[in-house]
Design a protein around this ligand. Structure first.
Ligand code: NAD
Length: 248
């Protein structure tokens, strides 16, 4: 299938994990893909060559998504290189888990900056181009804990709840210009982010999942593909849970 043929997608934090799987899935459907991450390292280079193996254009850009100036610069570079941006996936994210009792101001500020401000930065930077072409799909990575909350993740949950409010507001602002804005709320997905959790915590999470397994990055990527493509042409301002039934 060629669901995204000729489109250009930008995926932030895509050197590995969920972002990488989304970038590759989009390439399989014919999209040219610009990936960003903190550095163009071996992971980023490997992701780019996998994307290219599907016969589309790919390039990795080093950019700190939490930095406003850096984001503005990289979006301009992507436009110069690719000519247009049709799809934005705000995927970059981090955790600094600890109980509020022990959480430092730095741990709070960093998680809010990387997870939430980055969504503002990239959405604002691509918006003028999408407004001009009167089309676009913006997808941001929230989390089920943005709605349910989670002990030890007050900073992370707050950042992911913020993404939901942002998504619904921007969807109302730009809908009349043909731009759709949605969020994905993954549950427990097997990536480097969750691999660092202790085995007993991972087990406890899996037992709570009706489908009895952790999600794969590809499970999230298929939902991102739906939201990026015309298959979801009448879907905007929504949050889709990809959680094996955990949070329903
Ligand atoms: P990951 O840690 O495997 O990958 C995150 C990527 O983001 C890394 O390549 C990292 O270098 C990059 N990154 C971090 N800070 C950045 C910055 N400031 N600028 C640019 N890139 C940056 O994590 P993942 O599991 O693939 O998570 C991807 C997204 O999905 C995150 O937003 C995460 O919060 C969200 N999510 C993950 C899960 C899960 O269970 N894994 C669940 C819900 C939501």
């Amino acid at each position: 299938m060629d669901l995204l043929k000729g489109k250009t997608a930008v995926v932030t934090g895509a050197a590995r994990g969920i972002g990488r799987a989304i970038a590759i899935r989009f390439a399989q459907e014919g999209a040219n893909v610009a990936i960003t991450d903190l550095a163009v390292d071996d992971n980023a280079r490997e992701t780019v060559s996998t994307i290219e193996s599907y016969g589309v254009k790919a390039k990795a850009f080093a950019s700190d998504a939490s930095d406003y100036g850096d984001t503005d610069k990289v979006v301009k570079q992507i436009i110069e290189e690719f000519g247009t941006i049709d799809i934005l996936v705000n995927n970059a994210g981090i955790t600094r888990d600890t109980l509020l009792m022990r959480m430092t101001e730095e741990q709070w500020d960093l998680v809010i900056k990387v997870n939430l401000k980055s969504v503002f930065n990239f959405t604002k930077a691509v918006q003028p181009y999408m407004l001009k072409q009167r089309s676009g799909s913006i997808i941001s990575m929230s989390s089920v804990v943005g709605v349910s909350g989670n002990a030890g993740q007050a900073n992370y949950s707050a950042s992911k709840a913020g993404i939901i409010g942002f998504t619904k507001s921007v969807a109302k602002e730009v809908g009349s210009r043909g731009i759709r804005c949605n969020a994905i709320a993954p549950g427990f997905i097997d990536t480097e982010m969750t691999k660092k959790l202790p085995e007993d915590v991972r087990k406890a999470w899996t037992q709570q999942i009706p489908l009895r397994r952790a999600g794969l990055p590809e499970d999230v990527a298929n939902t991102a593909l739906f939201l990026a493509s015309d298959l979801s042409s009448y879907v905007s301002g929504q949050v889709i849970n990809v959680c094996g039934g955990m949070n329903t």
